[in-house]
Design a protein around this ligand. Structure first.
Ligand SMILES: *Cc1c(COP(=O)(O)O)cnc(C)c1O
Length: 361
């Protein structure tokens, strides 16, 4: 068996150790004679996994008791709707910063449900940067401000977060959660689909400040109300138990690797190597994102023409470097280098890129 280097943007690579652990425990979890996915979501075996997953989220992100942690279904996309559904009213509007397709979709969902203002956008320049944001850009009366910390498709990432004063800040962190140490306190809400940095698809991690939850709308359908899930510790109905078990294992792995500080260092080193390779190629490779907005998770670049890009992707595939094709609407090359990808994978890609310039440049 050979495992390839998988640069997919999502569902993305999962640490091999995590998959091996799941394989070893698949038929008989902890001596119980059954798989964790066959256990009751209210039984003691699963209960422990659930509690440990929450405890790991809390400790890795250094979350105080002011925050609730939820494991929900519907991916990040359902949060695009749940967030405005729970917090907008006819006289409360929200501000959205548009930095890519995912934030555009988040804004669109909010606009279906209430009033959602576009605050700033980098669409004019093909979402190649995170716009500069000042407190005066925001509506001080907004119910919340929504941002997307890492723009998976374009390869841009906030290097620092805007000061939104007393207005709750909500953030889609699907593609960079747990990738670096950060101060969570400025955020009233964070959500992330699991399939980039946390585990298999089918699960979303949602973190919300309790105080803000007190303002959430009531009278919503139960499955769409944060209140229902908080009241039942994410087991209002049957949660995606296997996904949560896998996420617990990924979080344990992060913890064993040294936590978010170590992840951040490793990710910076990985991204640095690829950006250096791009910058040193004297114009053969061109980075898509402006330097000051470059993502450490999704490295996007172009080659001199589309034919060379096609050749790059196919030769990379043959070399065991998979899923490097850019997002369908933007083209080019995208190397997604989430937590699970090691320096070995990134070195292999950088070496391949250098060889490719020598041969074709
Ligand atoms: C992948 C992604 C999404 C969509 O996630 P789903 O779980 O498929 O709904 C949303 N936002 C960002 C930033 C993403 O990278």
């Amino acid at each position: 068996m050979t495992r390839v280097f998988n640069f997919s943007a999502g569902p993305a690579a999962i640490p091999t150790e995590v998959l091996e652990k799941a394989r070893d425990e698949l038929l008989d979890y902890d001596g119980s004679g059954m798989s964790i996915m066959e256990h009751s979501h209210r039984g003691t075996f699963y209960e422990k996994v659930h509690a440990q997953a929450k405890a790991l989220v809390r400790s890795l992100l250094n979350l105080s008791d002011e925050y609730e942690i939820l494991f929900l279904q519907g991916g990040a996309s359902l949060q695009f709707s749940m967030l405005p559904m729970n917090f907008l009213t006819p006289d409360r509007s929200a501000d959205y910063v548009l930095t890519g397709q995912w934030s555009v979709l988040a804004h669109r969902e909010a606009a279906l449900l209430g009033s959602a203002r576009k605050v700033a956008s980098s669409e004019d320049t093909g979402f190649d940067q995170i716009p500069e944001l000042k407190m005066s850009d925001f509506d001080p009366g907004a119910e919340y401000i929504h941002i997307t910390s890492n723009n998976t498709i374009y390869g841009t990432q906030y290097q620092s977060f805007p000061d939104t004063g007393d207005v709750p800040l909500a953030c889609d962190m699907s593609s960079d959660i747990m990738s670096r140490a950060m101060d969570i306190r400025p955020f009233a809400m964070i959500y992330a689909g699991a399939q980039k940095n946390l585990g298999p698809a089918g699960l979303a991690l949602v973190i919300i400040r309790r105080q803000w939850l007190d303002r959430a709308n009531t009278g919503l359908p139960s499955m769409l109300a944060y209140h229902s899930h908080v009241a039942k510790d994410s087991r209002y109905n049957t949660p995606p138990t296997f996904g949560i078990y896998m996420m617990r294992n990924v979080l344990l792995w992060i913890s064993e690797m040294g936590g978010l500080e170590a992840m951040g260092k490793r990710n910076a080193e990985k991204a640095g190597l690829l950006y250096r390779t791009i910058d040193d190629s004297v114009g053969f490779y061109t980075g898509c994102a402006r330097r000051e907005s470059r993502s450490s998770m999704n490295v996007t670049f172009r080659l001199p023409n589309v034919d060379l890009e096609k050749l790059f992707v196919s030769e990379a595939n043959e070399a065991g470097l998979m899923n490097l094709k850019g997002y369908r609407s933007v083209g080019g090359i995208r190397a997604s280098i989430y937590n699970a990808l090691g320096l070995d994978a990134v070195r292999a890609l950088a070496d391949f890129m250098k060889r490719f310039v020598k041969e074709k440049g």
